[in-house]
Design a protein around this ligand. Structure first.
Ligand code: ZN
Ligand code: ZN
Length: 371
């Protein structure tokens, strides 16, 4: 049985437990998660129908026969432009006759309205009601992909660090392009999100868009980037100084953030609440006097979506379970001066945490020490 089929069978038993009769999924990450097919929405209806029991069916336009690639699902019903999807979709929905169905959370509104018209007696909920808790524990295939993506990010970060003084004079955007080229050279497939290179004061904006500011000697530079492998993303941040003397207080702030990140990773084990992981990082930063400069949550779950459950937030009460993967990324941001963020992905193991990122977390360049 492929991992995709295993997930689908698991989702079906959760459908039964939730009192739902079917999942109706438009293209997207939930559809990929269960079917293995990486397809996108189009103006022509593409729908994965997963009944609570029995085999799932894809409804696809005849023209898109290549979309069958990569999926274990062999029930594929195609429809033609001259008839529209009705003659295929109608009987399929009649067979299931759902009294309660769950729709993809990000389904296009026109598809959702069309399904509601076809199923006037049915009540509806969101697919995440059964899939979010399934997706937050990664299976072996997902962990392999996440580890591979993290490795590509680590390799790219080593290449960036090796630039040393050669990075000085490049713009943030140039450096972002370099990062992306190195991610690709190490096997990454595109970027998982817009690459952040924030030099000097720009690093104080956690979501800074890389621009035309040149890197100067002594600038702390926040680098936050990710790629994908097998559909799964990496997400890693380092704050480095390529050359020259960093500003006053930088070394201390970097040390505080690093200590906070270590404390949060050390707090990770099954049964611990997400809020306790956040607290472990936040209390170190508060004790150092920078509590009001740590302006975001400590982390977010990572899977097919770069941001998904579980969120590592102050009041988070999700109990950690083996197989959960999330970022641990405390930061301190001093407006008009600099920012520091250090981010790694961790997997919850049976007795603690495994860091997916292994590259140096220090700020100095030219130091090849692994830790
Ligand atoms: Zn990040
Ligand atoms: Zn992140």
């Amino acid at each position: 049985m492929t991992p995709f089929e295993r997930r689908t069978r698991c989702a079906q038993s959760r459908l039964v437990a939730a009192g739902a009769d079917a999942l109706l999924l438009s293209p997207g990450h939930n559809c990929h998660y269960l079917s293995g097919a990486r397809i996108e929405s189009s103006e022509r209806l593409r729908l994965l129908v997963v009944p609570a029991s029995g085999d799932p069916t894809f409804v696809l336009p005849t023209l898109d026969s290549d979309l069958r690639d990569g999926t274990w699902i062999d029930n594929i019903r195609t429809w033609d432009d001259d008839t529209g999807p009705g003659p295929v979709l109608g009987p399929l929905l009649d067979d299931i006759d759902p009294s309660h169905a769950l729709l993809a959370d990000d389904m296009q509104v026109r598809v959702s309205i069309d399904l509601r018209r076809r199923l006037p007696e049915t009540t509806f909920g969101l697919a995440s009601e059964v899939l979010a808790s399934l997706r937050r524990r990664k299976d072996a295939a997902e962990l392999d992909a996440l580890r591979a993506a993290a490795r590509a990010a680590d390799e790219a970060m080593r290449d960036v660090r090796a630039l040393g003084a050669d990075a000085v004079g490049r713009t943030e955007a140039d450096l972002a392009a370099f990062v992306e080229a190195r991610l690709a050279a190490h096997g990454g497939e595109g970027v998982a999100f817009d690459t952040i290179v924030g030099a000097g004061p720009n690093g104080a904006d956690p979501h800074h868009a890389s621009g035309d500011r040149p890197i100067r000697a002594g600038d702390p530079v926040v680098l936050d980037f990710g790629t994908r492998l097998d559909g799964y993303p990496s997400d890693q941040t380092r704050t480095v100084v390529f050359d020259g003397e960093p500003p006053a207080a930088f070394e201390r702030v970097h040390g505080v953030v690093r200590e906070a990140q270590d404390a949060a990773v050390a707090a990770v084990e099954p049964g611990v609440r997400t809020g306790a992981v956040d607290r472990a990082a936040r209390s170190v930063i508060e004790a150092a006097g920078y509590g009001d400069r740590f302006v975001h949550r400590t982390g977010h779950g990572v899977g097919l979506d770069v941001h998904e459950e579980p969120y590592i937030v102050a009041d988070g009460d999700i109990a950690l379970e083996p197989g959960m993967v999330f970022s641990v990324e405390p930061g301190v941001y001093l407006p008009d001066r600099f920012g520091v963020r250090i981010e790694d992905l961790v997997v919850v193991t049976e007795d603690g945490a495994e860091r997916l990122n292994r590259t140096d977390r220090g700020w100095e360049c030219g130091d090849e020490t692994e830790r």
